[in-house]
Ligand binder design. Sequence first.
Ligand SMILES: C=C1C[C@]23C[C@@]1(O)CC[C@H]2[C@]1(C)CCC[C@@](C)(C(=O)O)[C@H]1[C@@H]3C(=O)O
Ligand SMILES: O=C(O)CCC(=O)C(=O)O
Ligand SMILES: [Fe+2]
Length: 381
Amino acid sequence: MDLSPTSVLLCPPVDISHGSAGGVIFDSSSLRQQTTIPKAFIWPSSDRPAATEELDAPVVDLSGFFHGDEESTLRAAKLVANACERHGFFQVVNHGVSELLARDALDWTDEFFRLPLCDKLRARRKPGGVWGYSAAHADRFSSELPWKETLSFGYREAAGSERVVIDYFVSMLGEEFERMGLAYQMYCEAMKGLSLAIIELLAISLGVDRMTYREFFDDSRSIMRCNYYPPCQEPELTLGTGPHCDPTALTILQQDHVGGLEVFSGRAWRYVRPVHNALVVNIGDTFMALSNGRYKSCLHRAVVNRHRERRSLAFFVCPREDKVIRPPPPSPEDVGGGPRLYPDFTWAQFMEFTQRHYRADMRTLRSFTKWLESSSSVTAT
Ligand SMILES: C=C1C[C@]23C[C@@]1(O)CC[C@H]2[C@]1(C)CCC[C@@](C)(C(=O)O)[C@H]1[C@@H]3C(=O)O
Ligand SMILES: O=C(O)CCC(=O)C(=O)O
Ligand SMILES: [Fe+2]
């Protein structure tokens, strides 16, 4: 692949007129020349207080669980239950994903984001869609823009889908991106396997049949997102990713060694320390609904810093679009206790809500539930 500086010169003029942010173009190399950041990147001060302490989240060793050792599985399940009941965040080590594969995926992320803007824009996100390249989401929003570039694509495991990620890269960017696609294809396959194992551990931790959720997510459709956070000259004014709860079911995040992920817990922002070879796992709104509120989908954000760029890879696990999301039988009380907290919904409905009607934040699930109830009363009349 030609990633040499000359490829910059070969770029045709880029049409960026689709941006809705009053002409903001998130080209970090030119933004870096300025001493202040554009207004559109400034977040309200209430969203920006600095984290002072580390989040109390366990680093769970999965080796005993993978070897079928009952005692260490129960120990791991206890740690997971405790973390998920408090804030929904924990880290896993000895997770079975090869270090090389994980490292490779991060390296390809560097390669992609170092491409000239015009090349990245070939994969630009289509209006209303989830997949593709996005520069600060400036095509979707006009204020509180995140100081990041992202590349998202879908992953599903099914007969004939062995090349689903590779084909995406080749079709969007060209034949020379086949190797990049292959690295992410392999990474997604590993993440899917790990996600099912974690989901099984979550079931054990909730005291329900260990296969209950695993079977539900067997045909899951995932979203893989590569995040690139450039250094920022005024990091205290902006955010890399604003405060939000993931609408998805479960997120497995690989963050590099720089740090920047923070969680709001115990009335304060707390940082998640990068642990070598660990993956960060968090509960999303959809799993919170599946556990009838017992496991928490917690507010989190990513901060940026003045000198160092940061990369993270988020693998969002989502149920098949048409599956009904409700706590498993025989009764919701088994997992969450008390009456049903959320109505039945599908991932297709929730996804449509976050892409067309609502910018995901800390209130997404509550706002979605209201929207769902009001739109079903409209269709019922
Ligand atoms: C369904 C989704 C909405 C967001 C992408 C995702 O696939 C999973 C997480 C969501 C997001 C990362 C939460 C923070 C706000 C957001 C706009 C972002 O900063 O990227 C998010 C998503 C989105 O693109 O709508
Ligand atoms: O980059 C990070 O550390 C977090 C990103 C995140 O929360 C997300 O993409 O949903
Ligand atoms: Fe998130």
